[in-house]
Design a protein around this ligand. Structure first.
Ligand code: ZN
Length: 611
């Protein structure tokens, strides 16, 4: 009997291997870009320009293909997910990536907006200037072509490598918790959510869950790649940092990849690729020791995050002795959790793979809300608390209230700001409008109107791509609404839903309607008004219904990238030289001939400007 059982087990294992329905591949490529003189994306702080590299930035790509057609759409299904060490996705970058993929023989005709998701890890220490809407270019003094090209080329190359590595593979789903690696930076806004809803989440005011996909080769069982999603901002490196860095997510990836690539493999050069991707991190900070006043050392006033009424002095603190140490600690806690989840990930996802994509005008959306009433979004606008910033980086946008500033880009464009109409004021209530972004097209639109939304399915795993930073409760509400709709549409009885955050474009933050009433930074940055979250949810319900019915989803045309109109005021390198009698490349301090592991080795040489 025992022998028969063993024979049967051996037979079914062989059968599973022989009928592998998925091809998977992973690829990694450098996206570091200009390493000096260029502003960093995230803190919106003019003086925070690059002066070197902490560690390099990378695009991590994963390609999945179902070899079995998904009825009733009669074709195989191919999909690429890319997690990139950059502030956020950008539809202009995606557009260039697709052009580059089409120009490459091995990927020609394979990828469109429908089957590529590019999600930024939200590091705040990576070059800016790659978004093509005006508001995101103020501190980078406009568009920066070098940043844009580095991201687009690197992302395209990572996908090309992933396609080249594609082989029969198996995908496993794992879930677990990360402890002591995040904190809510707007806890008073979170309390605006109903007690009954908060009671549904015993983890409290941040998500502790990590959802992980594990990829192995079907034939050899060799590890191929890993993606996980866990909520935390890329702000362990603070706004005094001037070294390009992938922050906690990028470092966690390097730690994980080191374990699965041969000893001695240089970072970013191994075949195994592990991504720590962004999700609903809107109000979630890695500065877990809380926020304190820099002058007095006392905790900040909670409601407004101020010290003696001023926000500039209130700053979050990480767990380490400095920001490098804090980055390492927050990365290591995610890495440790991911390792444990990886080891226990035994549930196999075999498909079907399916996907939907749509372009939606978020400035003009009327829809049926969850409570059955009709609701609408508003034209994009930012509230006053947007200028105040967060405890991860106090406000540096205060200058926008002055008429003449030291910022030439702002001086050029600020005259075109429009006054909100009474209708716009009412729509955004109670947000007091500081910047009315609607209807200004000079030099190009100030904010995105039409944004990309995407739904991906692999078995009972569902991922939605959102071009926004959802808060903890906004994310929970969205995941629940999507799971409920997937069940109602009978796609599967037990869905696992993740949100790919900051994906494919950037349209600021999304809070719940209740948190919006608090008008902290995240509510002030919820660009399309109090019903934005419900608007997004209504569109995902539409995509789920289309998927269940097996029909294509309706969409607006892709919006223009405005690339030909971009203004760039960041000066180039005008003059570069070395000291008298020296030449570029001369070594003035040689490194030691021998060193032991752990020792710091230094050398000094004459470099050109690293930009
Ligand atoms: Zn953010």
């Amino acid at each position: 009997m025992l022998l028969q059982l063993l024979t049967f087990l051996a037979y079914s294992l062989t059968a599973t291997l022989a009928t592998s329905v998925l091809n998977v591949g992973s690829g990694i490529y450098d996206v570091t870009g200009p390493a000096a003189d260029i502003n960093f994306m995230g803190y919106a702080m003019m003086g925070q320009v690059g002066k070197g590299i902490h560690f390099r930035l990378r695009a991590r790509a994963f390609v999945f293909e179902s070899t079995v057609p998904t009825p009733p759409l009669n074709d195989s299904r191919l999909f690429a997910f890319v997690s990139v060490d950059m502030g956020m996705g950008s539809s202009a970058v995606t557009n260039r990536v697709l052009e580059l993929l089409d120009a490459e023989p091995t990927t020609t005709g394979k990828f469109t907006n429908d089957n590529v998701c590019i999600s930024g890890t939200h590091t705040h220490s990576a070059p800016a200037g790659f978004l093509t809407h005006t508001i995101f270019q103020v501190t980078s003094l406009g568009f920066v072509k070098q940043s844009y090209n580095a991201y687009a080329n690197g992302i395209a190359q990572s996908i090309i490598k992933a396609v080249a590595n594609m082989a029969p593979g198996r995908v496993f789903l794992g879930q677990g918790k990360v402890t002591n690696a995040n904190i809510n930076r707007s806890p008073t806004a979170y309390l605006y959510n109903a007690q009954s809803e908060r009671d549904l989440y015993p983890d409290g005011n941040t998500d502790k869950d990590m959802t992980l996909l594990k990829f192995v080769n079907s034939d050899t069982s060799a590890p191929v790649g890993m993606i996980n999603w866990y909520s935390v901002h890329g702000t362990a490196m603070n706004n005094t940092n001037k070294l390009i860095s992938g922050d906690n997510k990028g470092h966690a990836s390097s730690l994980f990849e080191k374990d699965f690539n041969p000893v001695g493999t240089l970072p970013g050069k191994g075949k195994f690729v592990g991504a720590f991707a962004a999700t609903n991190l809107g109000d979630v900070s890695p500065n877990i020791n809380g926020s304190f006043c820099m002058d007095t050392g006392l905790p900040c006033e909670m409601e407004h995050s101020t010290c003696n009424g001023k926000n500039e002095m209130c700053t979050g603190r990480g767990p380490g002795k400095d920001m490098f140490d804090s980055t390492n600690i927050i990365a290591t806690r995610q890495y440790d959790a991911a390792k444990e989840i990886w080891n226990n990930a035994k549930e196999e996802l075999v498909g079907p793979i399916d996907m939907r994509h749509t372009w939606v005008d978020m400035t003009n959306l009327t829809f049926k809300a969850t409570d059955g009433t009709m609701k609408s979004t508003c034209g994009a606008a930012m509230g006053y608390a947007f200028a105040a910033g967060t405890t991860d980086g106090p406000g540096m946008f205060n200058f926008i209230q002055g008429s003449n500033t030291s910022n030439p880009f702002w001086n050029l464009v600020s005259h075109f700001l429009s006054k909100p109409t009474q209708k716009e004021i009412d729509c955004h209530h109670p947000k007091p409008i500081l910047l009315n972004l609607e209807g200004i097209d000079f030099p190009y639109p100030w904010a995105a109107k039409v944004v990309p939304l995407q739904l991906i399915r692999m078995g009972r795993f569902f991922m939605v791509s959102v071009p926004s930073e959802l808060t903890t409760m906004a994310g929970r509400r969205m995941r629940k609404a999507i799971a409920d709709e997937v069940i109602a549409q009978k796609l599967t009885a037990n869905p696992v839903v993740v949100i790919a955050g900051l994906a494919n474009e950037y349209a600021d933050y999304t809070t719940t309607f209740e948190e919006y009433q608090a008008q902290r930074y995240e509510g002030a940055s919820t660009a399309y008004g109090p019903n934005e979250l419900e608007g997004f949810i209504s569109q995902f319900k539409r995509l789920i219904a289309d998927m269940a019915a097996g029909v294509e989803s309706q969409t607006l045309p892709a919006p223009p990238t405005y690339l030909s109109k971009q203004i760039s005021l960041a000066p180039g390198v005008i003059y570069d030289s070395v000291a008298d009698g020296k030449h570029f490349g001369d070594v003035t301090v040689q490194p030691p001939l021998t060193a032991v592991v752990g020792e710091v080795v230094s050398t000094v040489f004459c470099s050109a400007n690293p930009r």
